[in-house]
Design a protein around this ligand. Structure first.
Ligand SMILES: Nc1nc2ncc(COP(=O)(O)O)nc2c(=O)[nH]1
Length: 282
């Protein structure tokens, strides 16, 4: 029996955007966003990942003041209510304001490459509040429209590039114990490259940092489901497949999973933990 590992942290996705690929437009109103966050926590989310600008291919760039207007009221209310909040942003100014409003995780899918000030902001946030920095892998930055999925060995290259991002964060003053790495599934990567990254997750974990996985509702799952049903699936039809990935991440000792359907993932992880004999599963 594999050694019982702690269950992954569940980050519940809260996109306060009009154009996110799977839930755009539903939580633009702060009251609706806060209500959604409370539902996510009730369903088992440990952290609410608040994003005010979609990162999907071709998404419209959002002026800083608009991004801030979308995320700050929600973060202030959630943090004020004692909930754990992550800010999903490419922009240092947004991360800084979000931390001041109570966010305790910075989630940068570009690994600090998009905004040259991000690592300095993250370093100050780490020093002052112990804010954790989640560094994603994305070669598309700064030109996301340019396809850059021409990898030789995607796992080896993503591992090396994420290690370099962690080193840069440490050089900027971020305590290594606060860093989380994320392979950036779907960020200028083909479905097969994403599956290869999951297949060889251990090679990323060998870097010694906690790993976060964001597969929820993504195209890689849609392709698998199309093979089952013979028809394309809407993102919201991919929550069952997402939950299976969450259970397998739990079995692999992944630190955290970022999902839209928290209830399905919480159930999947609880089942995996019970199977593994983890006391929490009793
Ligand atoms: N750390 C992390 N953050 C992310 N933010 C947005 C999206 C895009 O998906 P969404 O449109 O459903 O938010 N994916 C990730 C991801 O894979 N990892």
């Amino acid at each position: 029996m594999t050694r019982a590992l702690a269950a992954p942290v569940i980050l519940g996705v809260l996109n306060t955007t009009p154009d996110s690929f799977s839930d755009g437009g539903r939580y633009l109103d702060p009251a609706a966003a806060v209500a959604r966050a409370r539902d996510l926590v009730a369903a088992g989310a440990d952290v609410i990942d608040v994003g005010g600008e979609s990162t999907r291919p071709g998404a419209v760039a959002v002026p800083r003041e608009e991004e801030l207007a979308r995320v700050l009221p929600v973060i202030k209310e959630l943090a004020g209510a004692g909930l754990s909040v992550s800010i999903d942003t490419l922009h240092a100014a947004t991360a800084e304001a979000a931390v001041a409003a109570g966010a305790r995780f910075i989630n940068d899918v570009s690994g600090g490459l998009h905004d040259p000030n991000m690592l300095a902001v993250a370093s100050a946030a780490a020093a002052e509040h112990g804010v954790r920095l989640m560094l994603g892998h994305w070669r598309g930055i700064p030109d996301p429209a340019h396809e850059r999925s021409n990898y030789g060995d995607v796992v080896r290259e993503v591992r090396a590039e994420l290690a370099a991002r962690a080193d840069a964060a440490i050089a900027a003053g971020v305590d290594p114990s606060l860093i989380v790495l994320d392979p950036g599934l779907g960020f200028d990567k083909t479905g097969e490259q994403c599956w290869e990254l999951l297949r060889r997750l251990g090679e990323l974990q060998e870097l010694g940092y906690p790993v976060l996985i964001g597969a929820s509702r993504k195209r890689m799952l849609g392709a698998v489901l199309a093979g089952v049903t013979g028809a394309p699936s809407a993102p919201s039809d991919r929550d069952g497949a997402t939950a299976v990935v969450s259970a397998l991440c739990s079995r692999a000792g992944v630190w955290g999973v970022r999902v839209h359907d928290v209830a399905a993932t919480a159930a999947a992880i609880a089942v995996e933990r019970a199977w593994a004999g983890d006391a929490a599963g009793d």
